[in-house]
Design a protein around this ligand. Structure first.
Ligand SMILES: Nc1ncnc2c1ncn2[C@@H]1O[C@H](COP(=O)(O)OP(=O)(O)O[C@H]2O[C@H](CO)[C@@H](O)[C@H](O)[C@H]2O)[C@@H](O)[C@H]1O
Length: 472
């Protein structure tokens, strides 16, 4: 059995956030469970492309409205990722190493999807499932069903996974001519609120829809950036499957990105050594508890609440704790975090930018990880943190609700709060400070969370079970 994943990101080729992590790990685990899993993504000029060997497997052409583009499909030669990786090159359109945020994203990702269709159309055999991820691939299920040219592909089951329904990729009907000719009676399948909405089209046209945690699916039926009615209508074909983590990449006993390795037995010593290094680097007092935030600086992640929560926590605790923020995104939020550092520079540091190494070092060094998300479809950071013995402090939303149990509840191992407000965050931090005063209890919790199983094994199995139900 064969599944083809289509995605805009895949770690370590190109990653902006959690989508890259998932598409870099899930196929590897599926492959181990006996399926053939392949990934196709746009060919960005990233380091991975330059440093590894590729071979040409297909050459073709595509029309984006009236414009003709030549494209190549290249495959990584040595199966380095544990599955076949294909990159779709479109010279003159997909250039440079930037994943999102180019002025012509609409054209880049629409052409990518048409390129994937053309390539698939040329295969002598069918994959058993085409699995699309997020709105950049959301037009594919529509094209497979209703574009005359791809009639041959109609029988292939499609699965669409929603990693984040806030981003839907809408564009005006004036650009409908970008798509290959389709059955005009089916134009409604593309539409939501008088716009072409790739996220909505995928929910309508794919055989099954999944979200990256069960709780998030329930939330989408109530609040989904305008699509809640659609989720309510299509609820019966949707399923929440919790993301896993790649326990080989994220392993404090072997992680090449951290200085001091440790396991469940040596966690106290190991974390202390990593914390000392990080605190020296950022000039923080290592005897104080260290709270970190890692993530995209956007409204959904609640990053704007952090500066006030920091000020208030420092004031209430008489400067008895430290913070490090790692993130990039909204320029205003970047400025807010820089300001927090400026005002409280002995206790609060921020690194504005993307740094994969530093993120691993922070998971290893921190005592607590803060996630005050307003929306969190699944969240991977809390699971990485727990694997590194860092206690998560999360807002009970989406996948955070599904993965973190509060220490006040039976079997609890993290700290949860309800509202995305400065008050709730500060209160949660004060509970963490209280816990920090009891090192033996902290150690027990750290050892417990390091042993929780968040690996992909179970979730990959759930996806395979879902694919098996899809009979053409
Ligand atoms: N500045 C920085 N430097 C280094 N590393 C950084 C970084 N900013 C973020 N990261 C890394 O990016 C990843 C973020 O993953 P998340 O799942 O938390 O968020 P994201 O919102 O991108 O993903 C969306 O998709 C995923 C996958 O389905 C869902 O879990 C999530 O809820 C949903 O919003 C982690 O690996 C984190 O370490």
């Amino acid at each position: 059995m064969e599944v083809l994943h289509v995605s805009a990101e895949c770690y370590p080729v190109a990653k902006v956030g959690g989508l890259g992590d998932v598409v870099g790990a899930l196929p590897k685990y599926q492959q181990r469970q006996g399926w053939i899993a392949k990934v196709v993504m746009p060919c960005y000029r990233t380091r991975f492309l330059i440093e590894h060997e590729f071979e040409l497997v297909h050459q073709g052409g595509l029309w984006l409205g009236p414009t003709w583009y030549h494209f190549n499909v290249i495959r990584e030669k040595h199966n380095l990722l544990g599955f076949d990786l294909y990159l779709l090159e479109i010279p003159g359109l997909i250039e440079g190493d930037q994943v999102y945020g180019c002025f012509n994203d609409l054209e880049r990702f629409t052409a990518f999807q048409i390129g994937v269709m053309e390539w698939l159309n040329s295969w002598r055999h069918h994959p058993d499932v085409v699995h699309c991820h997020d709105h950049h691939t959301g037009l594919i299920p529509f094209m497979m069903n209703y574009c005359y040219k791809y009639d041959y592909l109609r029988q292939i089951p499609t699965v669409f996974t929603i990693h984040n329904a806030q981003y839907q990729g809408q564009f005006g009907w004036d650009k409908a001519y970008y798509l290959p000719a389709y059955d005009p009676w089916k134009a409604g399948m593309l539409d939501w609120n008088h716009l072409i909405n790739p996220m909505a089209a995928a929910v309508k046209c794919s055989w099954r829809v999944t979200t990256v945690s069960p709780h998030y699916l329930d939330e989408l039926c109530i609040s989904a950036a305008g699509l809640e009615e659609l989720f309510r209508q299509e609820r019966q074909k949707a399923l929440g499957i919790l993301n896993g983590i790649d326990t080989e990449t994220w392993n404090p006993a072997t992680d090449p990105r951290i200085m001091h390795h440790y396991d469940v037995q040596t966690v106290r010593k190991g974390k202390a050594a990593n914390k000392t290094d990080i605190c020296r680097r950022f000039q923080l007092d290592e005897t104080k508890p260290l709270f970190v935030f890692i993530g995209r600086l956007v409204y959904e992640k609640g990053a704007d609440l952090l500066p006030d929560a920091v000020a208030r926590s420092l004031y209430e605790s008489q400067y008895a704790l430290n913070f490090i923020f790692l993130g990039s995104g909204d320029p205003h939020m970047e400025w807010l975090l820089r300001q927090a550092e400026y005002h409280h520079h002995t206790n609060c540091k921020s690194y504005i930018g993307y740094d994969e190494n530093l993120s691993h070092q922070l998971y290893a060094a921190a005592d607590f990880l803060l996630m005050p998300s307003r929306i969190e479809p699944c969240g991977l950071n809390q699971m990485y943190a727990m694997r590194y013995g860092t206690i998560p402090i999360v807002r009970a939303v989406g996948g955070l609700y599904d993965t973190v149990i509060d220490i006040g509840d039976p079997g609890g191992y993290g700290i949860r709060f309800l509202q995305p407000s400065v008050w709730d965050i500060t209160h949660a931090i004060s509970r963490a400070m209280e816990l920090y005063q009891h090192p033996e209890e902290m150690l027990k919790l750290q050892q417990h969370i390091m042993q929780l199983d968040f690996s992909w094994d179970k979730s990959a199995q759930e996806y395979l079970h879902l694919y098996a139900q899809l009979k053409p």
